[in-house]
Design a binder for this molecule. Structure first.
Ligand SMILES: Cc1cc2nc3c(=O)[nH]c(=O)nc-3n(C[C@H](O)[C@H](O)[C@H](O)COP(=O)(O)OP(=O)(O)OC[C@H]3O[C@@H](n4cnc5c(N)ncnc54)[C@H](O)[C@@H]3O)c2cc1C
Length: 458
């Protein structure tokens, strides 16, 4: 179809209609507020096609061949963070606040990763017993985030009263994360999937993204892999191991305050969900089978099976006396993959060493304790657990660090991911500033920067 406007003509038209730069903002507020004064909206306008080189894969002699092709560089930055979960969010804010030009790439349209998209709403462990005193170890970026969420009515349980381990509302969490990312000046790219890495010798020079606009490149001086699954370091060929772990699907029950949970428990229903800030809603965790979280056929099967079994259980609950008002508010948009790839780092975080009371000269975070271990001191995360053995210009953060089996469960929790993300972002910014490889970073200097940004390192 013929284009009726060139881009320049379109821009002129929008500007004339008073809709130049704030066009998008204006539309959003119009949609949200029925009483807002409405501008004439130029809608349903044909615009010129975006020119796009095409390099389709070819089917040749029974094999699919991807041709070599040049990629347009759509963004260039100092620090590029891949993944907007707890770790990536904290990394991006910390890097930007430390003075690095920072961008964040996220495959979905919101921040929070499994926390908001997977609906795993309980953030722990935020505290540990340090020198006999219950102490908040989640400080810095993560603490600021939780504090700001807790200021909203129904934003978070407990945190405003200085209690550990809050449960947060997912929508308020997304909102505050958006705000903090914007305030920090991070360039945010939603809706693009990092599909490959760009290497120069042994160093990561950026990533290849896939989006509705096709395949494009982003260049960076340091990349933080906060994809949860180590997508970037795996694509770069960094040494790592892969694990199977439980893959579940969280759901939320509505009308929980109108149901008789005592009666339901007496009738044999054990897992009736965890408290949320809103009394009418409960989030229900699901462990699921231990399986390969990178296998899309397996994940597809589990999506369907988990949803079916959640629905069946809801029907049983509603047929049981006390459960009649319950309804299924939502199943998580994101399936719950706990652990897949773990980096082989410069240094493994082992349980005996991390928890020992000896000094930890290379600690970049102190993780919290919970449950029966709550009365124990926190554990020290060594910087080397985030840095690949050989690959340069990449730092990992979140649930994919180099840890022994005993530390896996602690490393992957949200509060710990906020901590390791914060440290990775600060480290990346420092490496850019000092023009060095992350592996050669001056760790005491990093620790000083982290303390300056509010982190607790003992
Ligand atoms: C079922 C379940 C229950 C849990 N319960 C709790 C709990 O009660 N409390 C607790 O503290 N923790 C809990 N956890 C653990 C915790 O939620 C996660 O380990 C934590 O969110 C990990 O943070 P992360 O930032 O490392 O990764 P993620 O939260 O996984 O975030 C990674 C982000 O990267 C994005 N991404 C991934 N790959 C790409 C790519 N290639 N390109 C672009 N973007 C990409 C993802 O979309 C996502 O936003 C639970 C986990 C599961 C699965």
């Amino acid at each position: 179809m013929q284009s009726r406007f060139t881009r320049r003509q379109l821009l002129r038209l929008l500007t004339a209609a008073g809709l130049g730069t704030p066009f998008a903002t204006r539309l959003v507020s119009d949609e949200a507020d029925a009483n807002a004064p409405r501008a004439t909206k130029p809608e349903n306008i044909v615009v010129p096609n975006t020119a796009r080189d095409r390099y389709p894969a070819r089917f040749i002699d029974g094999r699919v061949i991807q041709p070599e092709r040049p990629l347009s560089v759509m963004h260039e930055t100092d620090v590029l963070v891949v993944g907007g979960g707890p770790a990536g969010f904290a990394a991006a804010v910390a890097a930007s606040r430390a003075g690095a030009k920072t961008a964040l790439v996220e495959r979905y349209g919101y921040l929070g990763g499994l926390w908001t998209g997977g609906l795993v709403l309980l953030v722990y462990p935020t505290h540990a017993t340090e020198k006999g005193v219950l102490t908040k170890v989640l400080r810095g970026v993560g603490d600021e985030l939780l504090g700001r969420i807790a200021r909203y009515p129904d934003g978070a349980t407990r945190y405003a009263d200085n209690q550990p381990d809050p449960t947060t509302d997912p929508e308020i969490t997304k909102l505050v994360m958006d705000e903090m990312i914007q305030e920090a000046g991070v360039k945010m790219f939603f809706h693009c999937w990092v599909a490959d890495v760009i290497l120069e010798g042994n160093a990561v020079r950026g990533v290849v993204i896939e989006s509705k606009a096709g395949r494009q490149a982003m260049l960076a001086k340091v990349v933080v892999d906060a994809s949860g699954d180590g997508d970037v370091f795996a694509a770069a060929g960094a040494e790592h191991e892969q694990r199977l772990h439980a893959v579940g699907l969280v759901h939320r029950l509505g009308n929980a305050d109108r149901a008789d949970l005592v009666k339901l428990r007496a009738a044999g229903f054990k897992n009736l969900g965890e408290t949320e800030p809103l009394p009418s809603v409960k989030w229900v965790n699901l462990r699921g089978p231990s399986t390969d979280g990178l296998d899309i056929a397996e994940l597809s099967r589990l999506e369907v099976e988990h949803r079916r079994s959640i629905w069946k259980r809801l029907e049983q609950l509603r047929k049981t006396s006390g459960g009649e008002p319950l309804f299924l508010l939502q199943t998580a948009p994101q399936i719950g993959v706990r652990i897949t790839r773990l980096l082989a780092g410069m240094r493994k975080m082992t349980d005996p060493e991390a928890r020992s009371t000896e000094p930890h000269p290379d600690a970049i975070a102190i993780g919290g304790t919970y449950g029966s271990g709550r009365d124990k001191p926190g554990f020290a995360v060594p910087y080397g657990a985030m840095v690949p053995k050989r690959l340069d210009q990449l730092i990992a953060a979140g649930r994919c660090l180099d840890v022994d089996t005993a530390m896996v469960e602690d490393m992957r929790l949200i509060a710990t991911c906020l901590l390791t993300g914060h440290a990775a972002g600060a480290a990346a910014a420092l490496a850019v500033k000092d023009r060095c490889c992350p592996r050669d970073l001056d760790v005491p200097k990093l620790q000083a920067l982290l303390r300056n940004q509010g982190a607790y390192l003992r």
